[in-house]
Write a protein that binds this ligand. Structure first.
Ligand code: HEM
Length: 536
């Protein structure tokens, strides 16, 4: 038995009461009635019509008719596994989160996904990969909902519906179903320079992982760690795969997609079955509160990363995935990750992309999982006890006892009572917030190209060649000439060599950006374009 096998998993045990193995047992209806034939419907006469009386037919067919739920509006295609997280214990001075204290082992459930494709799409599409980890901590569920790239396409969550509508297949004919809808995606890119940095990541080898076991993960946003003294610091989360970061080439990706579109999920499943458990170390980049403004980018801007040369990553624990799911639908499909699943010792930042996500996940899950009680589904259930005055709703499982379902109350001695911080009560970091109510982007967000250039310059020559080839491929599938031209114009702002190498492959010249409006989105309605010309 390996060390990993030896780590008992309380979440696995907790879910046991919901597991069923019908092997060798009598077939029954949903009411427990033993059934002696579920292969022939009840008919009036040997060759006669089916009878309304046939409740067994109706039950079987109705259940089948209702067995699909909406796929996720994004990240629809995914695969997940159980495991555990073990804290190294060196982050105690940074955070009071219990699961990060010395020696604490916490069950986890981790789902990897592609973003744009539907549930039946290929694993090897050129796309960002989701990397979502649910920690079943003693203080409640904590979700770290990240991606395999450290930045994002947009800065403000209100643009997310636009961005996703540009990425998904075109609405009139649902073509193309690949990772990017070419004309619409590049139309969006060409008008939204804030997306340029992430575009280069998406065109790089990072978008074609060799295996889910071999990719990094990032929390993307800046979060906060809060320690026992109440002192907080900014943090960025990283997952570092023990197997290293590896990719396939585009030609390989296309061939694999043609032959086995389950390549990544098969690889993850098979390795876990074989006992070759994948591992990642969790790292953090920590920035003191007083250093918030010492960078030439804004920590609240999700299109920027903190270069590791400036702030090294400190490793604070490791995750091992060591058990495949018993049932894809019950676990992988019904799991609900959400940024607002937080624990004391961790807090949000004012990143406007993060703030919008805090709303979107719960909202979409209310629809996807059919109402307000999906936290009771076994895979979503907290290991920490749940007590509150929420009641009723579709599919309620908990049988709440008692006369009182409100607070404050005197009838039942304020039960359930509110927990002070010293007893694990969550409270948001104390922060003074003031300013005019205004719809616009902070000027500190208006440098769109420096980090794109940094990324381009950080690539080796073969990696640069892959980016150029990817952009040539992508743009050659854009039908509308001026979209190609405008995208090249964005690339020129990053690096002339990059733009001209892409242009050459398309048989085009690098366009002049003279008089071309490259930025439609970032200037808010409450401001004037002129104000932004002098932005840093
Ligand atoms: C899934 C919204 C940005 C990572 C989802 C889902 C929605 C959503 C609605 C489907 C959830 C479900 O049905 O359970 C948004 C919005 C964003 C945003 C509004 C920006 C404003 C991001 C970013 C990341 C990310 C920046 C990475 C840091 C994920 C992941 C999933 C997901 C990993 C899949 C979770 C799973 O495996 O079930 N997102 N997202 N999203 N999102 Fe986002």
């Amino acid at each position: 038995q390996t060390h990993e096998d030896a780590v008992s998993n309380p979440k696995t045990e907790e879910m046991a009461k919901n597991r069923d193995d019908g092997y060798g047992k009598y077939l029954t209806s949903n009411q427990g009635l033993r059934v002696n034939d579920d292969q022939n419907s009840l008919k009036g006469g040997e060759r006669g019509p089916s009878l309304l009386e046939d409740f067994l037919f109706r039950e079987k067919m109705t259940h089948f008719d209702h067995e699909r739920i909406p796929e996720r509006v994004v990240h629809a295609r995914g695969v997940a596994a159980h495991g555990y997280f073990e804290a190294y214990g060196n982050a105690t001075h940074l955070t009071k989160a219990h699961f990060l204290q010395p020696g604490v082992v916490t069950p986890v459930f981790t789902r990897f996904s592609t973003v744009a494709g539907s549930r039946g799409a290929s694993d090897l599409a050129r796309d960002v990969r989701g990397f979502a980890v649910k920690f079943y901590t003693q203080e409640g569920v904590y979700d770290l909902v990240g991606n395999n790239m450290p930045v994002f396409f947009i800065q403000d969550s209100i643009k997310f519906p636009d961005f996703i509508h540009a990425v998904k297949p075109e609405p009139h004919n649902e073509i193309p179903q690949g990772a990017s809808a070419h004309d619409t995606f590049y139309d969006f890119i060409s008008a939204n320079p804030e997306a340029t940095h992430m575009l280069l990541w998406a065109m790089s080898d990072r978008a074609l992982p060799r295996s889910l076991r071999m990719m990094e993960g990032f929390g993307v946003h800046t979060f906060r760690f809060v320690n026992a003294e109440g002192k907080w610091r900014f943090v960025k989360f990283h997952w570092k795969p023990k197997l290293g970061t590896h990719s396939v080439l585009w030609d390989e990706a296309q061939q694999i997609s043609g032959k086995d579109q389950d390549f990544h999920r098969r690889d993850l499943w098979a390795n876990i079955e074989m006992g070759a458990y994948p591992e990642w170390e969790l790292g953090v980049q920590v920035v003191e509160e007083e250093d918030e403004h010492k960078f030439d980018f804004d920590l609240l801007d999700a299109t920027k990363l903190i270069p590791e040369e400036l702030v090294p990553v400190q490793l604070i624990g490791k995750m091992v995935l060591n058990r495949n799911v018993d049932n894809y639908f019950a676990e992988t499909e019904q799991v609900a990750f959400c940024l607002s699943h937080i624990v004391p010792g961790i807090d949000f930042s004012n990143d406007p992309l993060l703030q919008g996500r805090l709303f979107s996940y719960l909202d979409t899950q209310l629809k996807r999982l059919g109402g307000p009680n999906f936290h009771e589904i076994p895979i979503n259930r907290s290991l920490a006890p749940v007590h509150n005055n929420q009641r009723d709703g579709h599919m309620r499982q908990t049988i709440n006892k008692g006369q009182v379902a409100y607070g404050p109350n005197l009838l039942n001695d304020q039960y359930p009572k509110q927990a002070p911080q010293s007893e694990g009560g969550f409270s948001s970091v104390y922060e003074r917030v003031e300013g005019p109510k205004i719809r616009r982007r902070s000027k500190s967000f208006i440098d769109f190209y420096s980090q794109a250039r940094l990324f381009w310059n950080s690539q080796s020559e073969p990696e640069k060649a892959h980016i150029v080839k990817a952009l040539r491929f992508e743009l050659s599938h854009v039908q509308t000439p001026w979209i190609r031209e405008r995208t090249l114009a964005q690339l020129t702002q990053v690096d002339h060599d990059l733009a001209s190498r892409v242009a050459e492959g398309l048989g085009m010249d690098v366009p002049s950006t003279e008089g071309m409006q490259l930025n439609y989105g970032a200037i808010g309605a409450d401001d004037k374009a002129a104000d932004f010309q002098s932005a840093p």
